[in-house]
Write a protein that binds this ligand. Structure first.
Ligand code: CA
Length: 238
């Protein structure tokens, strides 16, 4: 992921860059609105963290200009504490979310992940997968075994979708919590394990010997032998 941080305040810019780089994201920065707009147009980052109060072009105008030029990447706007109207103005200007300063880095990261997910998550998952004799249709949010409905909860479906998106790569318990439970819930990694047990009970021929939803020691889970709806094998990447 490539992120652009547009923030004139030196210490804030450094802190943001550190936090985002620690996630493995590549970060470019700009110190004022015009430089930020130029970088956003040239580099088409996956997401922009945009301060409202900037010298030159302010954050609202910058965001409006981006949208007017057809750039639709997610924009997280940073507003000053107590400026309630900033939120409305920001969303009107085309921002996708906003965060009031000061904020905790955990909340910043959770909001960025949510935006990235909304922007690109859906497209990377297949519409359908087959797990043994169960056909899971993510578009219709339903699963069937030989014509009979297999009742899956919304969380279970989302967990399967995340496993399918990763196409055989392991998904950590923390990632499940992050994606499926969002940051305001307070589940534990044990919650993830319990939901996996439930999924296996519904989908696996023998839940005690899982063939499809595999445990990855000390890490999480991965989907074995997932096929998409057109019969094409999704290659496991190991
Ligand atoms: Ca500022």
């Amino acid at each position: 992921m490539r992120l652009l941080v547009i923030e004139d305040e030196h210490s804030m810019r450094i802190a943001l860059t550190d936090v985002l780089q620690a996630q493995g994201w590549r970060v470019r920065t700009a110190q004022d609105g015009s430089a930020g707009l130029a970088l956003a147009m040239e580099e088409a980052p996956d997401l922009i963290v945009l301060d409202v109060m900037l010298p030159g072009i302010d954050g609202f105008s910058l965001c409006r200009e981006l949208r007017a030029r057809g750039r639709l990447m997610p924009v997280l706007m940073l507003t000053a504490r107590g400026h309630v109207n900033d939120r409305v103005t920001g969303l009107d200007a085309g921002a996708d979310d906003y965060l009031a300063k000061p904020f905790a880095s955990a909340e910043l990261l959770a909001r960025i992940r949510a935006l990235l997910r909304r922007a690109g998550g859906a497209s990377s998952a297949p519409d359908q997968i087959t797990i043994g004799d169960v056909l899971v249709d993510f578009r219709q949010a339903k699963a069937h075994r030989q014509g009979e409905l297999v009742p899956l909860t919304a969380r279970e479906l989302r967990m399967l979708q995340l496993l399918a998106e990763e196409a055989g790569r392991p998904v950590s318990r923390e990632r499940f919590l992050d994606v499926v439970w969002e940051f305001n819930a307070m589940p534990t990694t044990r919650t993830v394990d319990n939901h996996i047990l439930s999924l296996r009970a519904k989908l696996e021929p023998d839940p005690r010997e899982p063939r499809y939803i595999k445990t990855v020691h000390r890490l999480g889970y991965r989907l074995e032998l997932a096929w998409d709806g057109r019969g094409k094998r999704m290659e496991a990447d190991e």
